[in-house]
Design a protein around this ligand. Structure first.
Ligand code: NAD
Length: 472
């Protein structure tokens, strides 16, 4: 499925965004052409035995850029998967990784199936066979190409992949780093599930913390009290809403496919999820107004709109009615190209997907590092840090005659565990990247934040090629 409704294909659209940004850079055309090209696409078919007999399955893995290795990107199971889509998503992964300084090239894979139509055993067979095909062609490995979950896949599929890879490479000491998004017991990392939504909240908060930008939008500085509408209560949307709420924002609207709810006084995200789990619908939440036409939730009066469900949600048709001052793209490609033009003309700030939803790949990078180090983050230093801080407190207490309470002591001495370190690394990544993009945005006249993110990303990739001396 094309992520933007336009005469261009999805990959062509990504390339046209690239070309727009490249006009602001002085790099040789040959180098720009190399960065833009999709280096390799492997399209293969394999048979699988199902309850109804044999079926031939179509699958892809695209590796867009090997300027950094390994390449990295999710695997999606969807009937919509096609070659253009995996190439486009692989390209976006290249640019996304560069924006947040994750040292990977971009890749993406897909299997053209509707996973709901298969039994768990069949899905396992398909996943293991897909992995074996990638191994045969050197399209997977800790230093080659490292997949992750995407639409229709999750920790379960990643566990099958790592198990198959290690079975075929029994001497690979680093085999568990061949894929990320694994269950913790298979080498996964704490905080990965929440990472994209948490990253969205960090990115939105950072944008809101710049007083001058907020003033230009007619808003006050900070997240506190900002009215937020979130579309999609899945992994990204739920965590984004939850962490934005914890950061002081007021969630005034939530939209799911069955409808949306609105309460200008605020909705408690966890209570809404509980209500949806028990009634199978977001609608009829106590105190909230129902919006049966779910897409209309995007037009609610709010400060921040976070589309976190699917692509092509803000289009040329509904963009003129969007009232938010900030659109934070949690999903990939939620805004069509013509819609973006309209939003920008209305003075709306668009925080681009390429930056805003990069939290997932950032924490996948931490998982890969953990697998290569063969040790859980925090394991070596946590107790040492706790003991040292305890001694500092004792010395201060002895010299001042004042004692800290037990609660204060607990808070002060707590050494960082794996999740603390992951969240801290994610927060730092999102803050640093935002300011890099922001600096480009401010110093380049008449561009938007998406173009600024592309410029920042292309420049970093170009520099890494230039420093290799490949392009004099
Ligand atoms: P998900 O399947 O967990 O959640 C999507 C949610 O959107 C579901 O709850 C679904 O019911 C809801 N939805 C579907 N159609 C809808 C509609 N018309 N209106 C409102 N809600 C609707 O998926 P996810 O992992 O949260 O991914 C969401 C988006 O974020 C996708 O574009 C994905 O590519 C992107 N993304 C995800 C990650 C990640 O780490 N999960 C990382 C980067 C980008």
């Amino acid at each position: 499925m094309s992520a933007r409704q336009s005469p261009l294909t999805f990959f062509e659209t990504v390339c046209s965004n690239f070309d727009k940004a490249a006009t602001y850079l002085q790099h040789p055309q040959g180098l720009l052409d190399q960065i833009k090209a999709c280096n390799s696409v492997y399209h293969f078919r394999f048979p699988v035995q199902t309850e109804d007999g044999y079926e031939v399955i179509s699958a892809w893995r695209a590796e867009h850029s090997q300027h950094k290795l390994p390449t990295k990107g999710g695997i999606r199971y969807s009937e919509e998967v096609n070659e253009d889509e995996v190439m486009a998503l692989a390209a976006l992964m290249t640019y996304k990784c560069a924006v947040v300084d994750v040292p990977f090239g971009g890749a993406k894979g897909g299997i053209k199936i509707n996973p709901k139509k298969y039994t768990v055993e069949e899905l396992q067979r398909i996943t293991r066979r897909y992995t074996a095909e990638l191994v045969k062609k050197n399209f997977i490995g800790p230093g080659i190409d490292v997949p992750a979950p995407d639409y229709g896949t999750g920790a379960r599929e990643m566990a099958w992949i790592v198990d198959t890879y290690i079975a075929l490479n029994p001497e690979s000491l680093d085999g568990s780093a061949c894929v990320t998004g694994k269950p913790i017991s298979q080498g996964g990392i704490r905080g990965r599930k929440e990472a994209t939504g948490r990253g969205v909240s960090f990115g939105v908060r950072e944008a809101c913390n710049l007083a001058e930008d907020m003033k230009a939008l007619g808003l006050t500085k900070g997240l506190e009290g900002k009215r937020v509408v979130v579309q999609g209560l899945g992994n990204v949307g739920y965590h984004a809403a939850k962490f934005l709420q914890e950061g002081g924002a007021v969630i005034v609207g939530l939209a799911e496919y069955e409808g949306a709810i609105h309460n200008p006084k605020g909705l408690d995200v966890d209570e809404v999820v509980k209500h949806r789990n028990s009634t199978r619908s977001i609608l009829n939440f106590p105190g909230a107004t129902n919006i049966p036409k779910t897409l209309e939730a995007l037009e609610l009066d709010c400060d921040i709109l976070v589309p976190a469900a699917l692509e092509n949600q803000i289009t040329g048709e509904n963009a003129p009615r969007i009232k938010a001052k900030i659109v934070g793209e949690g999903a990939n490609g939620p805004t069509t190209a013509d819609a973006e033009e309209i939003l920008l003309k209305k003075g709306i700030m668009v925080l681009p997907d390429m930056y805003l939803n990069a939290g997932g790949v950032t924490v996948s990078y931490f998982e890969w590092l953990k697998n290569l180090q063969h040790v859980r983050m925090g394991r070596m230093g946590r107790r040492f840090a706790e003991r040292s801080m305890g001694q500092v407190i004792e010395i201060i207490e002895a010299s001042t005659g004042h004692s800290v309470t037990d609660k204060q002591r607990q808070m002060l001495v707590k050494g960082p565990d794996e999740e603390d370190l992951v969240n801290s690394g994610l927060e730092d990544t999102m803050i640093v990247a935002y300011h890099e993009i922001h600096e480009v945005w401010k110093k380049t006249k008449n561009i938007d934040l998406r173009t600024a993110a592309f410029i920042s990303s292309i420049d970093k990739i170009a520099t890494s090629y230039l420093e290799l001396g490949i392009f004099p």
